[in-house]
Design a protein around this ligand. Structure first.
Ligand SMILES: C[S@@+](CC[C@H](N)C(=O)[O-])C[C@H]1O[C@@H](n2cnc3c(N)ncnc32)[C@H](O)[C@@H]1O
Length: 263
């Protein structure tokens, strides 16, 4: 079992628990990895993932033989990525950093903003600056992928009330967990707010609620094209799902593949 500083899970910090609960929720989600693997094989070179979290995508790519580099600003998320990648076949490098600042490490064939990662950059100046630095870290024929939420798909979703998202055993922390989520849309600010409540019933006894609010910026397709163009990147393709279906009104995702103008 993964152990956070050698203490019992009931005594973990909120950040360590949230990192573990991220995996409880997402470990089974692998729908996006085949796409990144196929693009990475096409471009060659290494793969950089920004806001890599606990290494879910990186682990899939390392298994496929890629050299990967992951950047994240959360020590707890990165620590889990380190444990996950410790026995990987390929090479993996993890960097503790804010993706909105500083020079990005290395030069890569593929740069990935997986599962809403670019939406974590809210400020337009930081968005263009981040994309400038992405362009600088791409090899000539490299591509960047932005996996963005498509707000159109949330129109029918209940707003402002708790919705049961997942419930079940979490063997790693010896608990039963129920996750509730309240969705609020802020169209004028182009923000989606997810308030998440994790109710943890420890099997030996006891209860703890851990909460987290995540705010994700949404983008229109032409806005993202303009942002990329400003950074010297042109959109090569836009898809509505990981099977490369067309981007349309009811698409759940807006998957943007872009390359350097001069690439
Ligand atoms: C939703 S997770 C994404 C994880 C991963 N991309 C995946 O698909 O499983 C969000 C991650 O973004 C990280 N993050 C948020 N803002 C960041 C920033 N400015 N720079 C680096 N990492 C950031 C958080 O620490 C967290 O690990």
């Amino acid at each position: 079992m993964y152990s956070s500083h050698g203490t019992a899970p009931a005594d973990w910090s909120e950040a360590a628990l949230l990192a573990q609960l991220y995996d409880w929720e997402h470990d089974g989600f692998r729908d996006d990895i085949a796409l990144y693997s196929a693009l990475g094989r096409r471009t060659g070179g290494s793969v950089l993932e920004l806001a890599c979290g606990t290494g879910r995508i990186l682990a899939g790519l390392v298994d496929d033989g890629f050299h990967v580099v992951g950047v994240d600003r959360s020590p707890d998320m990165l620590e889990r990525a380190r444990v996950r990648l410790a026995h990987a076949r390929g090479a993996a490098e993890l960097v503790l950093a804010d993706m909105r600042e500083g020079v990005l490490p290395g030069t890569h064939g593929l740069i990935v903003f997986g599962l809403d990662a670019f939406g974590l950059v809210h400020d337009p100046v930081q968005q263009t600056d981040t994309l400038d630095r992405v362009r600088a870290a791409l090899q000539g024929d490299g591509v960047v992928v932005l996996d963005l939420v498509h707000v159109g798909s949330l129109a029918d979703h209940p707003h402002g009330i708790p919705v049961l998202q997942r419930s079940g055993a979490d063997e790693e922390i010896d608990a039963n967990v129920t996750k509730w989520m309240v969705l609020e849309l802020h169209p004028a600010a182009q923000l989606i707010e997810w308030r998440c409540f994790y109710d943890i019933s420890w099997r030996p006894g006891g209860f703890r609620r851990v909460t987290e609010t995540v705010e994700i910026r949404t983008f229109g397709r032409y806005e993202i094209e303009l942002l990329l163009a400003r950074a010297g990147l042109r959109v090569e393709a836009m898809y509505g799902d990981y099977e490369l279906g067309p981007f349309q009104d009811d698409s759940r995702r807006m998957l943007v593949v872009a390359r350097r103008h001069d690439g």
